[in-house]
Design a protein around this ligand. Structure first.
Ligand SMILES: Nc1ncnc2c1ncn2[C@@H]1O[C@H](COP(=O)(O)OP(=O)(O)OP(=O)(O)O)[C@@H](O)[C@H]1O
Ligand SMILES: [Mn+2]
Length: 569
């Protein structure tokens, strides 16, 4: 029995061992199969997103996909060169920001959101290859020879520092902070500001300062200046140190300050993007729109004017970035929590500053526009000019230009419109305003330093883009009544009416560069197509002028190749 027992045990032992061996072999084969299977799946998964991202992003999701490939784009990488942006700080702030982006893929970590905040459009253009926007800016009409600038054609120059020998300063130790008599030294004693470490060497200047130093007699910025992208990135990402109400003007706006003395003018989102202005509301009662400020900057740049300070969209936290840091009691007093738990405020101003017209976070996050501030008035005084075609700002009265068909003859004889380019500059502004349906251009400004020989600043565009279903022909009155237009403007307008450069298309492309484009398109399709319709109207008015008058075209392009004229239509 014992032997039998041992036999059985031995037999059992042998068969168990072979069963184990078999099982081990099976599991090995299965593992191998599994590994092969996984590998093949992983490969497909890696290929898929690349192929789908080669198309023009149309939805939010596709948009984010193409942005997520942006880490190596020049826009993104150049931003790392900025000396003033502490990366950790930005990440920290972004991490604290409640997410309300419609990012279905939601890897939604700080880096993703940061990528969204830096020039998304640059990436989109890359993915698309040769975009209409790129083609437009490569056209000769956007690369005309620039007038040679003399010393007094610059708005500001860094004061030569007698003690610091800047010439050929290749030793780093020599980079001293600007001395106390420097015009760039701020008198502000508030805490939190970075120690000023910039010198007369441009490389050390923060983007806002480079913007100020780049303002010339003929334009606010050079479109090709790489500092432009750095400035918008700066406005979109810098830590907010201060927020106070800006006085002057009628509606609520805030002056925001950043660690290295940069400042921006903030206009908050008050209505949804698609809300059309009530037809029964007079133009002077209309709300201001943050997206109109952003879109106006892009449109002005597309028209080749470069007369609007750069404006960028941003999501801010009204609690941590306004309420908790403001020193403005008139502002902080107006904060409250709405019935649904959103943090709101209304500030103190002439129009719409009441609890019936609150600006509300969601519950803390608010869309705003941030415009780069112009140099302080003590450094660069500006003159405000009343527009000859100013509206009556009355429910009953009409202005003279609305009833007098020969009004322009009077204007043409009145200084400064009787000399130089002032009249055609005003007409440029009328074209811009008609395209975006801005009826609120009561004044315009110029820099005092340049006298009458200079460009016109197109500030305050918050009431543009209110209605897309209607056009307002009276905005074109200066063009219609004077029948005069700059040749460069006319040729660019004609170019923008061609399918290859269509205004609505380049505008859509350009607006994709704004960080808020990742939240919602900055202009609805109806507003974009209104631009094409209005452009056609402008060209018709010029056409009809040319039928009835001589001297319609003011030739500011002497020597410009006529072939380009023919080529653009
Ligand atoms: N980017 C800027 N930098 C410096 N100053 C600016 C800037 N934008 C506007 N301003 C100044 O602030 C003033 C008020 O701004 P804005 O015109 O946008 O406000 P508003 O409330 O719409 O004014 P209004 O009711 O008079 O139209 C302007 O007259 C202008 O002088
Ligand atoms: Mn205004």
């Amino acid at each position: 029995m014992r032997d039998e027992g041992t036999m059985i045990k031995l037999n059992l032992g042998r068969s168990t061992r072979s069963i184990y061996l078999g099982l081990a072999f099976l599991s090995l084969v299965l593992h191998l199969l599994l590994a092969c299977f996984c590998l093949s799946i992983l490969q497909t998964a890696c290929v898929l997103p690349t192929s789908s991202s080669s198309s023009i992003p149309k939805t939010n999701i596709q948009h984010h996909q193409s942005i997520s490939q942006s880490s190596s784009s020049p826009a993104a990488s150049s931003s790392h060169k900025l000396p003033t942006i502490p990366q950790n700080e930005e990440q920290h702030k972004l991490n604290n920001r409640p997410v309300h982006l419609k990012d279905k893929h939601s890897f939604s970590d700080a880096t993703e959101r940061e990528k969204k905040l830096i020039g998304a459009g640059k990436v989109i253009q890359k993915v698309k290859g040769h975009s209409k926007l790129e083609a437009l800016f490569q056209h000769p009409l956007y690369n005309l020879p620039r007038p040679e600038l003399r010393e007094d054609d610059w708005l500001l120059r860094v004061k030569a520092n007698e003690h610091a020998r800047d010439a050929g300063s290749d030793e780093e130790e020599r980079e001293e902070p600007i001395n106390s008599d420097s015009q760039w030294q701020s008198s502000s004693q508030e805490g939190g500001y970075d120690r000023v470490t910039w010198t007369s060497d441009v490389e050390t200047h923060p983007p806002w300062l480079r913007f100020h130093l780049g303002i010339s007699r003929w334009e606010l910025y050079n479109r090709k200046d790489p500092n432009l992208a750095q400035l918008t990135h700066y406005l979109a990402t810098q830590r907010i140190l201060g927020a106070v109400q800006k006085t002057g003007g009628t509606q609520l706006k805030l002056l925001m300050s950043f660690p290295n003395y940069g400042q921006a003018l903030l206009k908050p989102m008050k209505q949804s993007r698609d809300a059309e202005t009530d037809v029964n509301l007079f133009y002077f009662s209309d709300f201001e729109r943050h997206n109109a400020e952003i879109a106006a900057f892009h449109l002005d740049r597309l028209l080749g004017f470069n007369r609007i300070p750069p404006v960028v969209g941003r999501l801010i936290n009204v609690t941590t970035e306004i309420r908790e840091i403001t020193t403005d009691h008139r502002l902080s007093r107006t904060f409250f929590t709405s019935p649904v738990g959103n943090v709101c405020f209304y500030g103190q101003c002439e129009y719409y500053c009441s609890s019936e017209h609150p600006v509300c976070g969601h519950p803390h996050v608010l869309e705003v526009s941030l415009a780069a501030m112009l140099p302080d008035l003590t450094l660069a005084a500006r003159r405000s000019w009343r527009s000859p075609w100013r509206r009556a700002y009355s429910r009953t009265k009409l202005a003279q230009w609305e009833t007098d068909p020969a009004y322009c003859d009077t204007v043409k004889q009145t200084p400064p419109y009787n000399h130089g380019t002032r009249l055609v500059d005003l007409i440029d502004m009328a074209v811009l305003d008609f395209l975006m349906s801005n009826m609120d251009r009561h004044h315009y400004e110029t820099f005092e330093k340049f006298g009458n020989e200079t460009f016109l600043l197109h500030l305050d565009n918050g009431r543009a883009f209110g209605r897309h279903s209607r056009d307002e022909p009276s905005i074109l009155a200066p063009l219609q009544q004077c029948c005069r237009i700059r040749r460069s403007t006319f040729l660019r307008l004609r170019l923008l009416s061609l399918p290859g450069f269509r205004l609505s298309d380049v505008m859509r492309d350009s607006l994709l560069q704004d960080p808020l484009a990742g939240v919602n398109p900055l202009l609805s399709e109806s507003h974009l197509s209104a631009l094409d319709r209005r452009l056609a109207t402008v060209l018709q008015v010029v056409q009809s002028c040319r039928h009835h008058h001589k001297d319609v075209i003011y030739n500011d392009l002497v020597g410009y190749d006529e072939d380009h004229d023919r080529w653009t239509g």
